[in-house]
Design a protein around this ligand. Structure first.
Ligand SMILES: [Zn+2]
Length: 67
């Protein structure tokens, strides 16, 4: 029996967003997702850095009212 654990592969969270510059899917490392969520809750926005270096401003989704 060999249990293989790969070190160095960090778990990531899919933000369901794409980079405006390179169109890459944006993922946040699990270690940083708490900070991103906290930022979204406190300020309504957070900044993600894409692998290409482009900073993305993301906002918490609020449903728009029609009136
Ligand atoms: Zn990008």
């Amino acid at each position: 029996m060999t249990s293989e654990k790969r070190s160095g592969t960090e778990e990531v969270v899919d933000m369901e967003l794409h980079c405006v510059r390179c169109k890459a899917r944006l993922y946040v490392p699990l270690s940083q997702v708490d900070a991103v969520i906290a930022s979204l809750e406190w300020t309504g926005a957070a900044i993600l850095i894409c692998v290409c270096g482009q900073a993305q401003l993301i906002r918490s989704r609020h449903q728009k009212r029609n009136d």
